[in-house]
Design a protein around this ligand. Structure first.
Ligand code: CA
Length: 448
């Protein structure tokens, strides 16, 4: 077992340079190392008593993540020793350079030096399973849990301050039209095409009567590059996870037109998905991972822990950003530039939200992501007729249920249905999972 799995590199250096050899040896002898954790945290989680039928087949898995708040449950499960608690002491979480790298790494798997799974935007696990974004190589994946709801936003460059760019916009079509006729078409970026961030920016524009394919130029920019690119004027807007939109405001580069929670309250965001071949081979280890992630989600969801969470995520080996830019969005305190929001129900949520479970991967949400893909012509219309079968293959909410029971999650916190029911958006549109076609029919701007 790695001696320093529970402490940061910086703390290791502090310990080492303080030449506290006694403490060093204490760690070496297999005792849990001291942590800087506050009293509220589950310090150095003890190893759970595992029944033989729950003992993981392997002690390791390699999970990729991106440095945005969506990754918190994976990072906390590692930092708090929760993977070890459920018999997986050697879980590796591996920062990915960008979404394309994550996709390439899961295609080759950990055996090829890549990853077995990790954090994904939707519908990436479907696109990878179907070979759509992996050069036709089908790499079947299982969606196992949702990591978070909300926690994203659309940032706008400062030069557009005072132009009325907000969640709901009136008379803004002329603004985009004028930029277009001036030869300076509004450029909006996201971190990976045809997934969450592109959907949020398209939804926001189209919900305001602006056709994203005609009035705007859409482009892909890696997460960590978004701030720099806006600073040098290469883009007018981008959509990504916290804390990056917040950083735009604190660095006075731009402002936030809308939180994604204002576009769709309690909206599904990112997911834990792992290669099917890995899960099929190691079903007990899969449930151990899920139990650790669920426990981490419960911890992350508690606002009393969020200051400590900001400290963990801010570390150099994770996000490498000042703690200050993390704590505000994590507490639901958003300085949007032109206005502010102070509401915990608008923050990133990890375990429960007003609509139900966050961790449970509702199949009705996968259907929305597939339907939205059809809306914009990313997937053929026939996708809808086979969506139910496809979702059954990829979304393994049944494994989530088994893991939740093993963890002792209260029955009331385990959804009784695979559907969260009818969803309502800021423009009044409704998505009924029983009738996705009616949703498509109701939308004015679409490519289908
Ligand atoms: Ca996101």
């Amino acid at each position: 077992m790695p001696v320093f799995s529970n402490i940061s590199r910086r703390r290791f250096i502090t310990i080492a340079t303080a030449s506290s050899s006694a403490l060093f040896l204490k760690g070496c002898l297999g005792n849990p190392p001291d942590t800087t954790s506050s009293q509220s945290s589950p310090v150095a989680s003890p190893v759970a008593e595992l029944k033989p039928e729950m003992m993981p087949e392997v002690k390791t898995v390699k999970l990729g993540y991106l440095p945005i708040v969506e990754a918190a449950p994976l990072i906390v499960a590692k930092e708090k020793g929760l993977f070890a608690k459920y018999g997986m002491p050697d879980v590796k979480i591996d920062k990915q350079a960008n979404w394309g790298a994550a996709r390439d790494n899961v295609k080759i798997g950990s055996a090829g030096g890549g990853i077995d799974g990790g954090q994904w935007q939707m519908p990436m696990p479907y696109l990878i399973s179907e070979g759509i974004i992996t050069d036709k190589t089908k790499v079947p994946m299982y969606v196992l849990a949702q990591l978070n709801t909300q926690g994203n936003g659309i940032a706008i460059a400062s030069k557009h301050l005072g132009k009325g760019l907000s969640t709901k916009m009136s008379e803004q079509v002329a603004f985009f039209d004028k930029l277009k006729s001036d030869g300076a078409k509004f450029k909006a970026a996201y971190t990976f095409p045809k997934a969450n961030q592109e959907f949020w920016i398209r939804y926001w524009l189209a919900g305001n009567g602006i056709d994203p394919d005609k009035e705007v130029e859409l482009l892909t920019v890696p997460t960590a590059q978004t701030v720099a690119d806006m600073k040098r004027g290469a883009m007018d807007a981008f959509s990504t996870g916290d804390p990056w939109p917040n950083r735009i405001v604190s660095d006075k580069i731009g402002f936030i037109s809308t939180l994604t929670a204002e576009i769709w309250k309690n909206h599904p965001e990112e997911y834990l998905a792992i290669r099917k071949d890995w899960v099929d081979q190691y079903p007990k280890a899969t449930k151990a991972i899920l139990k650790a992630v669920m426990e981490a989600q419960q911890w992350c969801d508690n606002f009393d822990n969020r200051k400590e969470l900001a400290g963990i995520l801010a570390k150099r080996e994770y996000f490498g950003v000042p703690e200050k830019v993390l704590i505000e969005p994590l507490m639901g305190k958003y300085n949007l530039g032109e206005r502010s929001v102070d509401d915990k129900s608008m923050a990133v949520l990890y375990w429960k939200d007003e609509k139900g479970s966050v961790s449970y991967p509702y199949q009705s949400h996968d259907l929305w992501f597939l339907t939205e893909s059809v809306r914009w012509g990313f997937l053929p219309k026939a996708t809808l007729t086979k969506a139910k079968d496809l979702i059954k293959q990829v979304n393994r909410e049944d494994i989530w249920r088994e893991a939740a029971k093993e963890l002792g999650v209260a029955a009331a916190d385990i959804p009784s249905s695979t559907s969260r029911g009818v969803e309502t958006f800021f423009d009044g549109a409704k998505f009924d999972p029983e009738n996705p076609q009616a949703y498509l029919d109701s939308l004015k701007i679409k490519r289908v």
